[in-house]
Design a protein around this ligand. Structure first.
Ligand code: FO1
Length: 306
């Protein structure tokens, strides 16, 4: 059994590659830290990106939302809404309406995600990391704001002095999460933003403990190539948390539990430094520019056995 820890738009390419080649059970644990209530709807961007990505509905260019979607709903509320900085497409809206209705009927996020995954005919199991509320917030110039306000409303332009996961101390892992970590033959961490897309999952106390205890291989695919994040605001967040934006800094961040790291060919000069931290280092071409490259890298990751 394979378990994936994932989140964010940077993760979806590898996830799609894995989905297309893994025939055994694959459990996909998804970040909930960037979930947000807007327009009266409960929006879970990373769960939706995963569902749309694996059902071939994702707008891959943007990395979020549904391809070919229209924005009539957004247009019609623009005048009156203070929240229209967040672009909700019309087809995407159906997912948020459905999720919100199910939530109002008393279902938890695990149950809702299972229903939505069935609707989109996803063959692997997608699980939220937690059914409890965890909110990733950005501290900028003495202001604290939701991650989406920082990234979408303010276009990621503000300085960051810290990143917090509000509610994480009391958050419990959702159904199936600990079991899927304990029973995994291999755990793969996708190249999502370590702080905002993976952090809110791996720093849930029981998940952190289970990962540290696990005897299986725990392979991280780097979201950093040649001292730059492949996408998104990981660089600013890494600096705020005191880590160097490099694959060495990345290994330090994950060093408590990963066994292996896959880095890009262009970062080969850092291999020795990483190996000093007792991590097995695999040097590959990790930039995925098309479907073939997603599948190629997924195969290479799945071939890591020793
Ligand atoms: N990202 C943007 O940059 N602008 C948007 O207007 C936007 C809307 C949006 C709607 C639904 C959804 O599932 C994701 C959306 N995202 C948007 C992506 C999202 O802000 C982040 O990239 C993820 O939360 C990071 O994982």
């Amino acid at each position: 059994m394979i378990t994936i820890i994932t989140g964010g738009t940077g993760s979806i390419k590898l996830l799609r590659g894995l989905d297309s080649i893994v025939n055994e059970n694959m459990n996909i644990i998804v970040n909930v830290g960037d979930n947000i209530n807007l327009f009266g709807y409960y929006i879970c961007p990373d769960i939706d990106t995963t569902i749309y990505g694996l059902s071939n509905r994702l707008d891959v260019e943007r990395g979020w939302g549904i391809k070919g979607d229209t924005f009539n709903f957004l247009e019609s509320i623009k005048e009156d809404s203070k929240e229209s900085w967040f672009q909700i497409g019309d087809k995407d809206l159906e997912t948020h309406v459905k999720r919100t209705n199910l939530k109002n009927n008393g279902l938890n996020l695990s149950e809702i995600t299972k229903r939505l995954s069935e609707d989109f005919k996803i063959r692997h199991r997608i699980m939220p990391a937690s059914n409890d509320k965890i909110e990733t917030t950005i501290i900028s110039n003495d202001d604290e704001m939701h991650l989406q306000e920082f990234w979408v409303k303010n276009k990621g332009k503000l300085d960051i002095s810290d990143v917090k996961y509000k509610g994480i101390d009391n958050a419990k892992p959702a159904e199936g999460v600990i079991k899927s970590i304990k029973e995994a033959d291999k755990i793969i961490i996708t190249p999502g933003n370590p702080i905002s897309s993976i952090g809110p999952t791996i720093f849930i106390k029981e998940i952190k403990k289970a990962l540290q205890k696990s005897r299986s291989k725990k392979i991280l695919v780097s979201p950093i190539i040649h001292k730059k994040p492949v996408s998104g605001p990981a660089g600013k967040m890494f600096t705020a948390k005191g880590y160097d934006i490099s694959v060495t800094g990345l290994t330090k961040y994950y060093k408590d539990f990963i066994t292996d790291i896959v880095i890009d060919n262009t970062d080969i000069d850092e291999k020795k430094e990483i190996e000093k931290m007792q991590k097995i280092t695999h040097v590959r071409n990790i930039l995925m520019r098309n479907k073939q490259e997603e599948v190629r890298l997924a195969k290479e990751v799945m071939n890591i056995t020793k």
